[in-house]
Design a binder for this molecule. Structure first.
Ligand code: HEM
Length: 399
């Protein structure tokens, strides 16, 4: 069970809110700018795009949370985080253990309740990781979320384990989600390539061969924004939803849902509802050009708090990938996208398909290499710049 929504939850939320607000999130773009340049450069020589997307996503959240970059994806923190995530993904499946259906079984003594031993073992791994990350982050130079949280007034009421879990969970929640969203984008490029020339034409109208598109450009590119929205709609990364609980008695179509009922929102059904979306299985950015945007980030009090950061990461990556590359399937065929193409379980990941990232021109290849060479990759400098921006927009960093 995830933490219920109560006073204690609100305390954690209040500690996290200042670094996740839209204004704070808009200050993180120097890091997203640099990491997206690294992503392009790495894709010039390696087409292991799932690993590259993961490195990109992880490096952004680890820099913000703990003040260090993920350079290879082989760092021990990432390997352990994978293990933690696998355990979580298993445990988060509704009905993973019989106790999910019959909570009374939790009163059984440990030898008769094997899930308790399993949970304890998994907890130890996660606790060690989060506490080590917090300790290291507090000793690093420059601003980061660990220092910011630790100096908050809410932290005075929380133990180091609780603070380290808040930080660790933000990291866990921010990596796979962003990386899988980019994998879904890549699948859309090869399965429904018809929209790409229009997107590239729009990009080329603001960013010519000699410069990469920027965050400022994206605000002026309605078609690219529509591509991003369609990417979120086309395939939801958690198609079978994330369980919520009602906080009071409620009625749905005349049925009583008593307080505390588990509600499983089927994101897949909502995003592929033919009454709302014409030909919902097709990737069609056009549908967003004249339509307001419904939330893709969950709902109610548990809506994704990282959505402003995530949207910026995904937007800059998509704009630059389309500017830089022709993205094609290796065998030249368009895959048929159906449910068999995705893993089952809590997070639905596209199965591996072979893709070629071909630079759109030699000049673009050169620009990718040059831009990265001249970029400031020193994370302490970038985090100080993030802090400076926060002060400039009227925020008061706590560290
Ligand atoms: C493209 C990337 C992302 C997508 C598509 C996404 C989507 C979601 C969705 C659908 C939920 C569930 C909301 C609900 O239960 O109603 C969620 C929860 C959450 N997300 Fe994200 N997310 C992304 C990136 C991030 C990032 C970058 C962070 C943090 C830096 C983050 C932090 C969280 C947290 C902490 C929760 C749990 C909230 C709670 O239970 O109160 N997410 N996200």
């Amino acid at each position: 069970m995830l933490r219920p929504f109560d006073e204690e939850f609100l305390l954690h939320q209040r500690m996290e809110a200042p670094v996740l607000s839209p204004r704070a999130s808009s200050c993180y773009t120097p890091i997203q700018d640099m990491e997206s340049k690294v992503l392009l450069k790495n894709l010039l020589s390696a087409n292991d795009y799932p690993a590259q997307y993961e490195r990109f996503a992880a490096s952004i959240v680890y820099a913000l949370t703990y003040g260090f970059r993920i350079v290879t994806g082989e760092e021990w923190q990432i390997k352990t985080a994978h293990e933690v995530l696998e355990n979580f993904t298993y445990a988060a499946q509704v009905g993973a253990w019989i106790v999910d259906a019959l909570p009374i079984l939790n009163h059984l003594p440990a030898p008769l309740a094997p899930w308790k031993k399993q949970a304890e073992r998994w907890y130890q791994i996660e606790e060690r990781l989060h506490l080590a990350n917090l300790k290291d982050a507090l000793e690093r130079d420059g601003w980061n979320w660990s220092k910011d949280f630790k100096n908050s007034k809410e932290a005075q009421k929380l133990s180091d384990i609780e603070i380290s879990y808040d930080l660790g969970i933000l990291c866990d929640a921010g990596v796979e989600t962003t990386a899988v969203t980019l994998q879904i984008f890549t699948l859309a490029c090869i399965a429904y390539p018809g929209w790409i020339p229009k997107a590239q034409k729009e990009l080329d109208s603001v960013a010519d061969e000699d410069r990469l598109p920027t965050f400022e450009d994206i605000g002026k590119l309605p078609y690219i924004q529509a591509v991003i929205e369609e990417n979120f709609r086309w395939r939801h990364l958690a198609p079978s939803g994330i369980p919520h609980a009602t906080i009071q008695d409620d009625y749905y179509k005349g049925f009583l849902l008593p307080k505390g009922s588990t509600i499983i929102p089927l994101f897949l059904a909502m995003r592929q509802d033919a009454k709302l979306f014409d030909s919902p299985l097709e990737f069609r950015p056009e549908r967003w050009l004249y339509k307001s945007q419904p939330s893709n980030w969950g709902y109610g009090r548990r809506v994704c708090p990282g959505r402003f950061i995530a949207k910026n990461s995904v937007a800059i990556a998509i704009a630059r990938l389309l500017w830089a590359f022709n993205i094609k399937s290796k065998d030249g065929k368009r895959p048929v996208v159906d449910e068999n193409m995705f893993s089952t379980g809590f997070v639905s990941v596209p199965k591996r398909f072979d893709v070629v990232f071909e630079p759109r021109s030699e000049n673009r290849r050169r620009i990718i290499e040059q831009k990265l060479e001249s970029a400031d990759k020193d994370i302490v400098n970038l985090l100080q710049e993030v802090r400076r921006r926060q002060v400039a927009v009227g925020l008061v960093p706590r560290a």
